[in-house]
Design a protein around this ligand. Structure first.
Ligand code: NAP
Ligand code: 8YV
Length: 316
């Protein structure tokens, strides 16, 4: 049987691209690189493969009459118009769970980095300031502090598990309370922010969470409070965040994601009370390999007539 044609909409790492090429006829970003050729081949394309930050619009899907499935290498799929896909019976898959540890590790890493000023301490030693000025100013204790988690899903729970080992008290907000989990639930990010020292954001992006962390929430977090965002840039009003950081409304922020990637606001990049990482929470060789394997396995299952392993839930 002939190999199914798959349009790749991201710039995939070799360990994702190579198995795709072995199993399918791959068209790498043909819709962008050669629209004329793309319109000729579009009727043949049965699958789309992309990453967590990929955009798969209803307009793109409309050009693909044979499209059957979209496989995302990432747990977030806010760039995919899932409603449009499901409406025409296109299956959408993602890669949940295999990256929980990695993203939770980075959330804790950012929390420690910003509170203990690890990047600044590194610079202090490298630049020779230690030898000239003596000890660095004191930093902020993390162990035993109050942690608020915005989004207690798969990754949120992995963050809570790690924070428990730091003797942190844990509270959370989500769309609904989790009866099986013994942490206090707050009905909103605003109510939660007022009660914690560290607010970690780990919800999906998209319309439902757009600018959920706004000026009011930051004010509630307060001048001793830290914001950590490992979710999506869209969840935080970045302009309000910059203002809060500049004016001491909050103490600091650790950010892996930004409203405009890969070009975060210059004002944010200039601040001393932030630690910034380039959307790399899942980016270890081990975890990206596991994500790629799952994304390929989903495509293979579908085209072999089997159910996919990790379809996105139909509800959200
Ligand atoms: P998940 O298991 O679906 O958990 C999402 C959590 O967010 C759930 O607790 C959910 O509440 C909550 N939530 C959803 N919409 C909400 C809203 N409007 N208000 C309040 N809470 C809301 O997802 P996950 O696997 O933990 O992943 C979470 C997200 O992390 C991904 O979607 C992705 O955007 C991001 N992420 C980022 C990176 C990175 O590289 N920085 C890597 C991986 C993932 P309910 O439980 O009540 O539904
Ligand atoms: C990756 C992510 O940046 O899983 C997600 O939602 O944001 C990250 O793991 C990306 O998806 C890699 O393709």
């Amino acid at each position: 049987m002939s190999r199914p044609h798959v349009l790749v909409v991201s710039k995939p790492p070799p360990f994702f691209l190579e198995p795709l090429k072995a199993a399918f006829v791959v068209h790498e970003r043909l819709h962008e690189t050669d629209p004329q050729e793309f319109s000729k081949l579009a009727p043949l394309i049965r699958g789309i493969a992309g990453g967590g930050e990929s955009t798969v619009s209803a307009a793109l899907m409309a050009q693909l009459p044979s499209l059957e499935m979209i496989s995302i290498m990432g747990v977030g799929y806010d760039g995919v118009d899932v409603a449009a896909a499901l409406k025409r019976g296109v299956v959408v898959t993602h890669t949940p769970n295999v990256l929980n540890d990695e993203v939770a590790d980075l959330a804790i890493g950012l929390m420690l980095s910003v509170a203990r000023r690890i990047p600044q301490a590194d610079q202090y030693v490298r630049s020779g300031r230690w030898g000239i000025e003596g000890a660095m100013p004191l930093t902020r204790k993390v162990s035993g502090a109050r942690l608020g988690i915005v989004g207690l899903g798969r990754i949120g729970q992995a963050i809570a598990d790690r924070a428990a080992a730091f003797d942190m008290s844990i509270a959370y907000t989500a769309r609904s309370a989790k009866p099986g989990l013994n942490y206090p639930f707050y009905a909103s990010a605003l109510a939660l922010a007022a009660e914690v020292d560290f607010l970690v954001v780990i919800t999906p992006g998209g319309a439902g969470t757009f600018h959920m962390i706004n000026a009011q929430v930051l004010k509630a977090l307060g001048p001793q409070g830290y914001l950590i965002n490992v979710a999506r840039g869209s969840v935080v009003d970045e302009t309000a965040l910059v203002e809060a950081l500049q004016q001491g409304v909050i103490a600091g922020a650790g950010l892996d994601v930004f409203e405009k990637e890969p070009h975060p606001l210059e004002a944010l990049r200039k601040l001393d009370n932030v630690v910034l990482t380039p959307h790399m929470a899942s980016a270890t060789r081990e975890t990206r390999q596991a994500m790629a394997d799952l994304a390929v396995a989903n495509l293979q299952a579908h085209f072999a007539g089997r159910p996919t392993l990790t379809p996105v839930p139909e509800c959200c």
